[in-house]
Design a protein. Sequence first.
Length: 114
Amino acid sequence: MSPFRRQRPPVCLGPVENFPDSIPKRVSTSPPIAALRHGDTIHVFEDRCPHAGAILSRGTLTGEHLTCPAHKATFDVATGRSVGTLNCRKLRTYKAWLQNGLIYITPTPTHKPH
Ligand code: FES
């Protein structure tokens, strides 16, 4: 592998005020991802349930646990882990941070499914 291999730059999701506190919001459809902001903490995760593909950002949020609207699989959006009784694979998650009022994420997931 070349030591000069280029790294892909972070991806900007937009101004933090576009992300209301504690409300999951879809930000991209290709691949489908969603962001959830709790104050200055931001979680970004795939917005497609690994069970059967429902849109997770339309689910029910309890703290950092998001329950799928279709068959009620539940995920910890901070880790991507399935935490409910319906055991699914882990969600892809992205490292996210705030910089100058904008939200950025890594261009590739930090947690990939096993
Ligand atoms: S599609 Fe999410 S639990 Fe079935």
